[in-house]
Design a protein around this ligand. Structure first.
Ligand SMILES: *Cc1c(COP(=O)(O)O)cnc(C)c1O
Length: 340
């Protein structure tokens, strides 16, 4: 198969692959879990997920390193975060061992869809869990389904990196003490209008503020912010309603331990924006996407790194983390999870 796929021409869309993993939760316990070929799901019209959005997901990538190994990056942290999401949504926790088994089995079974080294493409993995039994009075479902499928995706930066223009958004993403810190589908459902509206107005993304005071920076719909100060410090916003990005946490570790930079994880005021030299969005898909301009109700804040390329420090962070991921730089213990 790999000789017929045009890896670098792939976009970020769903392409069906032959195998997916499924496990069912019923009568208080998880079934063993197995690979299946059927990509369709049949559930009750009254399933908890369909009526009250009881569902959470994860996202990670499998890829080929420079020395030909098939790797996923820190999947144990995805398992841990999915457990946190499950607890907050009153869903059963999938044991970490089973999560990792699903990751391994789906990659192995669909191995011809793991793109070769250097293609820039990856095999995106989507684990998710949902309430599958009927629920009409508002309560958690009794039965759940966990699934993990894989879909090949193309290089994120096609034809080079282009810094984004984003806007300070008037809609809120997550309430204080709400569900912003978990990877729940409901957080995305309510961001759809805001992102369509942003695109219609010529912006690539929304910068969400804290819903309580609207004076602190939170994140975008699907990525955490990372700022670089004029004197080369890394600053990342801290808030209970930000989703703890694995990419952002890894970049901060790399900044400190590999690049010797100072890292501050603290609340960041919107009014501080003008003090920053560089800004990037951190997430699994792109690792870091540079921001060139932030528009706050007509007021333009142009980052000094400009609209043509990644800022100097952002680029160093990007090169170091992707170098670690691709097996070209010695990784911290446990970061690369090899699929044999
Ligand atoms: C998934 C996600 C991120 C990025 O997390 P990674 O673990 O780095 O992929 C950031 N913000 C939100 C809201 C997300 O859902």
């Amino acid at each position: 198969m790999s000789d017929v796929i045009n890896w670098s021409g792939l976009g970020f869309g769903y392409i069906k692959t032959p195998y997916r993993f499924v496990a069912h939760y019923k009568d208080g316990k998880w079934s063993e879990g197995k690979l299946i070929t059927d990509a369709q799901i049949v559930i009750s019209e009254c399933a908890g997920v369909l009526q009250y959005a009881q569902t959470a997901f994860e996202g990670l990538k499998a890829y080929t390193t420079a020395d030909g190994r098939t790797i996923t990056f820190r999947p144990d942290l995805n398992a841990e975060r999915m457990a946190q999401s499950a607890r907050r949504l009153e869903m059963p926790v999938l044991p970490e061992g089973m999560f990792l088994q699903a990751v391994e089995q789906v990659i192995s079974a669909n191995r011809q869809f793991v793109p070769p080294y250097g293609s820039g493409a990856t095999l995106y993995l989507r684990p998710y869990m949902f309430g599958s039994s009927p629920v009409i009075g508002v309560k958690p479902a009794d039965e759940y389904e966990f699934r993990l499928f894989a879909t090949p995706v193309g290089p994120y930066f096609k034809g080079g990196v282009k810094p984004l223009t984003i806007r300070v958004c008037d809609f809120d993403r997550a309430a204080p003490h709400g569900t912003g810190h978990i990877k729940a589908g409901l957080n995305y459902a309510m961001s759809l209008h805001a992102i369509v509206d942003a695109h219609e107005n010529g912006f690539d993304e929304n910068m969400y503020l804290d819903a309580g005071t609207r004076t602190y920076i939170e994140e975008t719909g699907g990525a955490n912010f990372l700022f670089v100060t004029r004197d080369g410090k890394i600053v990342t916003p801290k808030s209970e309603s930000i989703l703890p990005s694995i990419t952002r946490r890894s970049l901060c570790y790399v900044a400190e331990k590999y690049l010797g930079l100072t890292v501050e994880h603290r609340p960041v005021k919107l009014s501080e924006l003008e003090d920053f030299a560089e800004c990037g969005l951190c997430g699994t898909a792109a690792v870091i996407s540079p921001i060139g301009k932030i528009v706050d109700h007509g007021k333009e804040i142009c980052l000094s790194s400009g609209m043509n390329e990644m800022g100097e420090t952002t680029k160093k962070l990007y090169d170091t983390l992707t170098g670690i991921q691709m097996g070209k730089i010695q990784p911290p213990a446990g970061w690369l999870y090899e699929i044999k």
